[in-house]
Ligand binder design. Structure first.
Ligand code: APR
Length: 252
């Protein structure tokens, strides 16, 4: 006997997994500033003053204040429609037995709070890390702007923000590469495509044969004519895209 119809149907669906990369644009409508847009975080700061290991060594108070201010804003914002619709996409892919990987460059926790499983390649604002004792990690409870937090494990006087700074290696690159090589659809949402290695994921997915769809307000730096560019607000474009993919991939 040949394969049954239900087997064939399931094989048809096995088009390769879905990989999503998000950037600051997906959280912009929630009220968190992006980096490179007008009014963005890098407008008032040079990145090397606050987001490098050298800056932390030279002026830890300045670096600490910058991240405390960003951390304080998290309490006042909520995940939006784009975050929520990516949770739906994850659930639908899981039901169909299709691999789904959400990678974010964002250090906010809006994907996590919406309910997504997410690989935070640039780390997380809400966490602190000890450089003195094997990188113990703990939650950032203190919001006093100028007070450093000592390490609960070894007593080191100042934990650092658990974020990936310029010149440091992002998290999960092996896992990300594996997911890209097996992906059939790649979505890039709200990123300017200016910072590598994250900006290179789009071309890796494209070269692996994935359908590549890009949402952003402005055309990102890494956009290629073969990409399907959907300009507009993530809160509008992403929910519509999720519906479209649900139909195209015949997700339950
Ligand atoms: N909907 C969709 N896209 C938006 C929206 C929105 N509402 N608002 C802004 N954008 C887009 C902008 O057009 C831009 O392309 O989001 C992108 C934001 O780009 P950046 O500010 O450069 O942010 P990002 O790409 O996430 O930065 C990458 O740079 O400084 C480092 O580590 C930091 O993770 C960060 C990395």
């Amino acid at each position: 006997l040949g394969p049954t119809m239900s087997h064939r149907t399931r094989d048809d669906l096995r088009v390769g997994g879905v990989v999503v990369l998000t950037g600051a644009g997906i959280s912009a409508e929630a009220g968190l500033p992006t980096f490179r847009d007008a009014g963005g975080l890098w407008e008032g700061h040079r990145p090397e003053e606050v987001a490098t290991p050298k800056a932390w060594a030279a002026d830890p108070e300045l670096v600490w204040r910058f991240y405390q201010a960003r951390r304080a804003r998290l309490g006042a914002v909520q995940p939006g429609p784009a975050h929520h619709s990516l949770v739906q996409l994850e659930t639908r892919c899981q039901r169909a037995g299709l691999a789904f990987t959400l990678v974010t460059q964002n250090v906010d926790d809006l994907h996590q709070r919406a309910g997504s499983t997410v690989l935070a390649m640039h780390g997380q604002l809400r966490r602190l890390r000890c450089e003195s004792c094997g990188n113990a990690v703990q939650d950032a409870d203190s919001l006093e702007p100028n007070r450093f937090v000592p390490c609960a494990a070894c007593g080191w006087h100042a934990l650092r923000p658990d974020v990936v700074w310029f010149g440091e290696v992002p998290h999960g690159l092996d896992r990300i590469e594996q997911a890209l090589l097996e992906c059939g659809v790649f979505l890039s949402i709200g990123t300017s495509g200016a910072v590598y290695p994250a900006a290179g994921l789009l071309s890796v997915a494209r070269a692996a044969g994935a359908r590549t769809i890009v949402n952003s307000l402005e055309s990102p730096e890494n956009l290629h004519p073969a990409d399907d560019f959907r300009p507009g607000l993530a809160s509008e474009v992403v929910p519509a895209l999720v519906d479209e993919l649900t139909a195209d991939l015949r997700l339950p």
